[in-house]
Design a protein around this ligand. Structure first.
Ligand code: ZN
Length: 135
């Protein structure tokens, strides 16, 4: 069992246009995009919107073969993943692997904002794409 899951770090939402989506998040909900960043290896632009102790991450594809483009093509825009903050992602992945949990990333990779991230396979989590995130 994991012993270092701290909180929901962010909820990842797939959008076709961050500029379009920002109208709702900023003008309607009154929240603020504080950081926008292209993550080239995942072919996405991310925009983080803090809200209290957690954040919303808007994800826009930069290429047709981006995981976000594929997600929108099959499921439409909406919640794409939920990220949990851990303090030791290597230890968490080792523990999950020992339990035979199916992982998309066996090793952490770099996410937006310099975070270390790794995804668990939705088949192992009851249908939710889960991200572990160490900041
Ligand atoms: Zn994320």
């Amino acid at each position: 069992m994991l012993e270092n899951v701290q909180k929901i770090d962010h909820i990842g939402i797939a959008v076709t246009s961050i500029a379009e989506a920002a109208k709702f998040w900023e003008n309607t909900l009154g929240l603020k995009i504080t950081a926008t960043e292209e993550v080239a290896e995942q072919k996405v632009i991310t925009a983080f919107i803090p809200c209290g102790d957690s954040e919303v991450e808007l994800l826009q594809a930069t290429a047709e073969d981006s995981p976000i483009a594929k997600f929108i093509e099959s499921k439409g825009c909406g919640i794409q993943h939920i990220a949990f903050r851990v303090d030791d992602i290597e230890a968490a992945l080792a523990e999950l692997k020992a339990q035979g949990i199916r992982l998309i990333d066996e090793k952490p990779r770099r996410g937006a904002g310099g975070a270390q991230i790794a995804f668990l396979h939705p088949k192992a989590t009851g249908g939710v794409l889960l991200e572990l995130c160490q900041r």
